[in-house]
Ligand binder design. Structure first.
Ligand SMILES: *[C@@H]1O[C@H](CO)[C@@H](O)[C@H](O)[C@H]1NC(C)=O
Ligand SMILES: *[C@@H]1O[C@H](CO)[C@@H](O)[C@H](O)[C@H]1NC(C)=O
Length: 768
């Protein structure tokens, strides 16, 4: 096998060698021939017309006589008289003094253009020259190749003109150049010191250049130069030098690039009028420049020459061996507009140099090589696909893993056990859904942050705004507990609780989706002077009553009382009607049936934390009562729950208020914003007393949340009635009497005051 390949290999090398030899010989023979043929350049002018002026070509449509140019705008003069040397005549445009430097069939013409100047002849007398560039309709100033340039030390140069494109108005632009000292101007810099430059818009026509010296009447400037110059110049053809401030008067003209077109309008319009359409000669096409005016003709690919002459576009001989880039590897066949390559016998391929060239035919080497290459590519492809699939599954697996780890399975099982009505209370969101809603958990969507995690604002596809809480990592051992809590919380359907809409368990940490409450936290309202002033006593009372209602509701669920564990003003949200919405049940615990207290790690916020719970670690519903008492005191006093600045005895709001109450000085700590509200003082004092009861040191001495809620509701009812009198007094007196107050007063509260009633569904009492 090895010998066989060696043999084939050898044969192939031999052929290659032979081929190289043939090409070398053929090339040598051809190049000798081509030296003669290539000396004839493509014809550029009409037959019998002057096609050169000195070294400069005059391609048709340009011409020196009427028979030779296409139309008058293309009339040029070859003048022998202006040069001192008859062998170097100059070409001028029409009968103007505009000297032509170069004409390109691609639609450009370089012309020498006068420099405008403005000079002080004497301190009082100035001269100004204005240059008008009156061009034919087929010519315009090229806007990318030229720059309007002003040279001077106290100069303002302007350029104005017309634009012919539809809908374009005239334009006027310019620049200012100044020097504050002789050392200011820098070589090569045209940024306003001694020289300034500006671009011009496209398709400009009938250009007027003006330059004014003594623009700011600066004497420093006059000591440097008397003159200012302005001109349009081909970029790169003028490099500023500080000496140009004084030596430009010796220069008469500078090069300027003009665009020319063969006809007006675009190609489509031009083609409609076949008698004037210019791109009719064979193998040519029309083109309308994007930023220009009119149209031009070009030779088709594979052809070169003058597209404006009949049959002016000649086929390019790609097979000419003199060409720098050889077209074919072996044998070349020129065709009109293109070429073909062939390979020697026994070889195949398209033979173009850019390609692979010729390869031996039907070789085993090739077959094996091609076979193995294909095989490798195929294998790579398979590997690639397999890898992608593996990745996809892996990510799916990870999601699945988190889902399971986060108790998704359990949750689903539990949900499935419920009846249909319960199921649509809690929605399982996918991680991509929530990613989209929060713009990939972007920083700008963060609306809250704390020990519990981060809360994001999210916009679901149904256009509802939600709050999405990224919790802290959940202890895997507590998953069942977490799931249980999620389910219970989802069922808290109370107007004063932030509703849990659903969750997402596909991520590392479970995401909880809540309804979005727009008006911020109670703490935020109390801390902000302006907002606090707006928070009048009735509003505060309603917030207190609402919060008490929901806590009482949570505590009174007969089978499984729920303890919030983190009641504080920062967890009480307000909606636009100042309805309290208790949030963050993240730390809350269900107390299993038959157990009134559970032992846990202490959790909560300083200032609100039940001191008894802190000592005994025994969590009961009374801990929430203590925290709520502190919130009540905050509402009444607008002081912080804890403050480290100030006297020691004022550090804890609960202790301080209890002490002030004992001293009979409680009225002093009432927030001044509400203290003055007419007829409210007794109510405020009543709530203060209730708060003091709530923050009693011993849990058993505190009232239950049901009693607190009922008391607040009574105060609220008096407040709403606010017709003063004996009735109110009566109820206040009876406030702390018994828990039965709730049921009894529900009916007798009097007419018209329904607002307080609406937010409060009767809590379930008893059953414990
Ligand atoms: C004229 O312009 C063409 C194309 O821009 C350029 O290749 C040629 O060198 C120029 N000829 C002269 C004399 O400047
Ligand atoms: C500008 O000044 C430099 C230095 O004297 C000179 O070489 C150059 O030709 C000047 N430019 C023009 C356009 O006169």
């Amino acid at each position: 096998m090895g010998r066989l390949i060696d043999h084939e290999h050898f044969q192939w090398l031999l052929l290659l060698l032979l081929q190289t030899l043939i090409i070398a010989v053929a090339g040598a023979a051809a190049s000798e021939k081509s030296i003669r043929t290539d000396q004839v350049e493509p014809v550029m002018a009409k037959p019998g017309c002057l096609d050169r002026c000195g070294k400069l070509a005059i391609p048709y449509p340009f011409g020196t006589t009427e028979e030779c140019y296409k139309s008058e705008p293309f009339w040029v003069r070859c003048d022998h008289s202006t040069s001192n040397d008859h062998h170097h005549p100059k070409l001028y445009w029409q009968n103007t003094a505009m000297e032509i430097n170069n004409i390109s069939l691609l639609g450009q013409m370089t012309a020498m253009q006068f420099v405008s100047d403005s000079c002080y002849v004497s301190p009082q007398l100035k001269t100004n020259t204005v240059t008008n560039l009156r061009l034919s309709v087929l010519f315009s100033v090229n806007n990318t190749a030229n720059k309007f340039t002003v040279v001077g030390c106290d100069s303002f140069g302007s350029i104005s003109g017309e634009r012919r494109s539809k809908g374009k108005g005239d334009y006027f632009t310019g620049c200012i150049s100044s020097c504050s000292s002789i050392n200011d101007p820098e070589e090569g810099s045209c940024e306003g010191s001694g020289c300034c430059q500006t671009s011009i818009p496209n398709d400009v026509w009938n250009v007027t250049l003006t330059v004014k010296t003594g623009f700011r009447k600066s004497s420093t400037a006059q000591s440097i130069t008397n003159c200012s110059y302005g001109f349009l110049v081909e970029e790169g053809e003028f490099r500023f030098h500080p000496q140009n401030l004084t030596n430009l008067d010796k220069v008469e003209k500078l090069p300027l690039v003009l665009d020319w077109a063969i006809g007006t309008g675009n190609c489509e319009d031009a083609r409609k009028n076949s008698s004037t359409y210019a791109c009719k000669s064979g193998n040519s096409h029309c083109h309308h420049p994007e930023n220009g005016y009119g149209y031009r003709c070009y030779c088709d690919p594979g052809y070169q020459g003058n597209p404006y002459l009949i049959n002016g576009c000649k086929d390019i001989d790609e097979c000419n061996p003199d060409r720098k880039n050889k077209s074919c590897h072996y044998k070349c066949h020129n065709t009109p507009g293109s070429f073909n390559c062939t390979c020697p016998k026994g070889f195949h391929g398209d033979g173009k140099v850019e390609g692979k060239g010729c390869s031996p035919e039907k070789s085993h080497v090739l077959e094996i090589a091609a076979g193995s290459t294909l095989g490798i590519i195929f294998l790579l492809l398979i590997a690639c696909l397999a890898y992608m699939e593996y990745n996809r599954r892996q990510s799916k697996k990870t999601k699945r893993k988190w889902f399971v780890l986060n108790g998704g399975e359990l949750l689903l099982n539990k949900l499935l056990k419920k009846d249909g009505s319960d199921q649509d209370m809690l929605k399982i969101f996918t991680s991509s859904e929530l990613k989209k809603a929060t713009n990939d958990f972007h920083k700008s969507n963060v609306i809250g942050q704390g020990g519990f995690g981060i809360v994001y604002r999210g916009l679901l596809s149904s256009e509802t705004t939600v709050a999405i809480k990224k919790s802290k990592i959940v202890d895997p051992d507590q998953i069942e507990q977490f799931v249980h809590e999620v389910i219970v919380l989802s069922q808290i359907n109370h107007p004063n609780a932030v509703k849990l809409l659903g969750c997402c368990l596909e991520t590392e940490v479970p995401l909880l989706v809540y309804e979005f409450i727009s008006n911020g936290t109670l703490l935020g309202h109390l801390r902000d002077q302006a907002k606090a002033r707006f928070l009048d006593w009735p509003k505060r009372l309603r917030i207190a009553a609402g919060t008490a209602e929901v806590l009482s509701y949570l505590h009174s669920e007969p089978s499984n009382p729920i303890i919030h564990r983190d009641v504080k003003s920062d967890n009480i949200l307000l909606d636009n009607n100042f309805t309290a919405k208790v949030a963050d049940f993240g730390a809350s615990r269900l107390i299993p049936l038959g157990q009134m207290q559970i032992s846990t790690v202490v959790q909560g916020t300083t200032g609100y934390l039940d001191p008894e719970y802190l000592q005994t670690h025994q969590l009961t519903a009374k801990s929430d009562v203590y925290s709520f008492g502190v919130v009540l005191l905050e509402l009444v006093t607008r002081r912080r729950a804890v403050r480290f600045a100030g006297p020691e005895e004022e550090r804890s709001l609960a202790c301080y208020c209890a002490w002030m109450m004992k001293e009979g000085r409680f009225a002093e700590v009432i927030d001044e914003h509400i203290r003055g509200e007419v007829g409210c003082l007794e109510e405020i004092m009543e709530v203060g007393r209730l708060a003091e009861w709530c923050v009693k040191m011993k849990g058993e001495e505190r009232p239950s949340m049901q009693v607190v809620a009922a008391s607040l509701r009574s105060v609220e009812r008096i407040q709403a009635g606010n017709n003063g009198g004996d009735q109110a007094e009566e109820v206040v007196e009876g406030l702390f009497g018994s828990e039965g107050v709730v049921g009894d007063d529900g009916e007798s509260g009097g007419g018209g005051d329904s607002s307080a009633e609406q937010v409060v569904p009767p809590p379930v009492i008893g059953g414990r």
